[in-house]
Design a protein around this ligand. Structure first.
Ligand code: UDP
Length: 245
């Protein structure tokens, strides 16, 4: 069992990137369908008001600390959290080892054409990678059986789902057993970045823990979502105080 830190009711695993990759390799070897989630502050805040999301996260095989906010919260609560394990970086690490491990990958989500572009990018970056299928993330409930069939047919070892939070987590939880894919991961804007539709923050900003600011600058529509961050800090702080009483 990994060390887990409870942050606002969600158990987050205390692991490095290398340990997370190893853990996922073991999940794939076990063959049992499982969900991996990447928890940033926004997701953890949402889970405080969305019981279904919270239950899905607590039932996941692995919840990695995606984002400076999650790492800060764990440490503030007095627990070990070695480093940030960003969803985008985790997806890249898994794609990097996929050719040598013969992992087959399915890319599900984002606007039409984006997952195909991400596939081309992956083939350029990781020669020999087997992306066995793609499907955009805009669909109606009637399309879902066909999407499930398409994923099942291609028998991937890893399913990356980029539908945004909490849609991706809920969709994966709903279809986990039927899909029978060893590892499914919600990866948010990963395909957008790979396809060049969205930019990742420059390294200096990532290191200065300012990636959230960069995203808000590029997508002003998201700026409202930033309000979740100070609320998150306050909520974690008061949960710590309660613990101390
Ligand atoms: N998306 C999708 N289907 C939807 C809503 C969103 O495929 O019904 C995609 C969207 O195109 C984007 C991705 O979900 O590529 C993640 O969006 P966002 O960056 O908002 O993710 P979050 O920050 O919530 O992880």
């Amino acid at each position: 069992m990994n060390e887990r830190v409870e942050i606002l009711g969600v158990n987050v695993d205390s692991l490095t990137m290398a340990e997370s990759v190893k853990f996922i390799e073991n999940l794939i070897d076990s063959g049992k369908p499982s969900i991996v989630a990447t928890a940033n502050a926004e997701m953890l805040m949402r889970a405080t008001q969305d019981e279904e999301l919270k239950d899905i996260l607590n039932a996941a095989a692995l919840v990695v600390p995606d984002g400076a906010g999650t790492v800060w919260a764990a440490r503030h609560l007095g627990c070990e959290m070695p480093e940030r394990v960003a969803g985008y970086d985790l997806a890249q690490e898994l794609m990097k080892i996929a050719p040598e491990k013969s992992y087959k990958i399915f890319l599900f989500g984002s606007a039409p054409g984006v997952a195909d572009k991400a596939k081309l990018k992956a083939e350029e970056l990781y020669p020999g990678i087997e992306i066995v299928g793609t499907r955009n993330g805009f669909f109606s409930p009637e399309d879902e059986p066909e999407i499930v069939e398409k994923i099942k047919e291609t028998k991937p070892d890893i399913l990356f789902a980029a539908l945004g939070v909490p849609k991706q987590e809920k969709w994966l939880a709903k279809y986990k057993d039927e899909l029978n894919v060893p590892v499914s991961i919600g990866v948010g804007g990963t395909f957008d970045v790979m396809a060049g539709v969205m930019k990742r923050a420059p390294l200096w900003m990532q290191r200065a823990k300012l990636e959230w600011l960069f995203r808000a600058m590029l997508q002003p529509k998201r700026a409202g979502r930033l309000a979740a961050l100070p609320k998150f800090v306050l909520k974690v702080h008061s949960s710590k105080k309660k613990l101390e009483k």
